[in-house]
Every structure is written in structure tokens, then in C-alpha cells.
Design a protein around this ligand. Structure first.
Ligand code: ZN
Length: 147
């Protein structure tokens, strides 16, 4: 069975409200930078910096679970490099009214985050930023000719 993740809650929040979204940290995204974001594990192209979007008031949201693990999630309008697995569900969603589906790297299958979709069809990807690596426009691509 899927083990539900309970979020860290701000003081005064109501933890019994299932599905509550409580971003612990929100940061400004650096917008407009060129470059690809690749899977940190295998280097497969996942999305681009141009696909960064703000959802629920920020590009980056940080969530914690009861084990003290925290996930720094970036919102992206598209992530062509992921493969969705499992059933879409609203259970314990971090983004109210948006159902999530697990998103894996299409090449190496490491979990990169989740695809979120609303009943009206609006969707975005919430990707775990430490599992992505930015490849700048003029930087050589790792794993190239010299690898
Ligand atoms: Zn990968």
C-alpha cells in the first residue's frame, strides 16, 4: 500500500484537515534562465528552466514528512522526460484540488516527483529539485565526448 505522507504544519494550522497544503518555505524562482534540467542520476533531459511556473503562489514549495525528510518541489508547466506510473489520486495531495500521479525518470526510473492535475484539466509537474541537475546553455553536457 502507498504510505501517505503527512505534511509539516505551521503553528496554528489544522493538521486534521486532510490534504492541507502548508508550504514551509517559498522562494522566488530565477526566471528566464536558459538551460535544460536533466535527471541527476542518469542525465536524461527532463524539463527546461523555461518551463518553471508558479503554482499556489510560488515556484518552489518545501514539504516535510513525519520522518523529517523534506522535499523541495519546483513547479513546471511540462516535463517531457518523465513517465507517469500508478493511479491518479487526490489522497493527501499537497496541492488542493489537484490529483497527483507519481512521475519517474523515463530513462532510469528514479522518482523525480509528481504530476498534478485538476478536475478541469489544468496540470503541472512538481519535481524534486535535488533530483534534477541544471545544464546551462553553453556548458558541456556531462557524459559527452570526453566521458
Ligand atoms: Zn534518470
Amino acid at each position: 500500500m502507498f504510505q501517505p505522507v503527512i505534511h509539516a504544519f505551521d503553528r496554528g494550522a489544522r493538521p486534521e484537515r486532510q490534504g492541507a497544503i502548508v508550504p514551509v518555505v517559498e522562494r522566488e524562482a530565477r526566471a528566464g534562465e536558459p538551460g535544460a534540467l536533466v535527471c541527476a542520476a542518469c542525465g536524461a533531459p527532463i524539463t527546461t528552466t523555461a518551463s518553471r511556473v508558479e503554482r499556489f503562489g510560488a515556484h518552489v514549495h518545501v514539504f516535510s514528512n513525519p520522518d523529517g525528510l523534506s522535499f523541495e518541489i519546483g513547479c513546471f508547466s511540462a516535463a517531457p522526460g518523465v513517465r507517469l506510473v500508478g493511479e491518479e489520486t487526490l489522497a493527501f495531495t499537497w496541492f488542493p484540488t489537484f490529483a497527483w500521479t507519481v512521475a519517474l525518470c523515463a530513462r532510469c526510473a528514479v522518482q523525480l516527483g509528481w504530476r498534478y492535475r485538476s478536475a478541469s484539466g489544468a496540470e503541472f509537474h512538481g519535481l524534486i529539485l535535488e533530483r534534477l541537475r541544471e545544464v546551462g546553455g553553453s556548458d558541456p553536457v556531462p557524459g559527452g565526448a570526453e566521458a
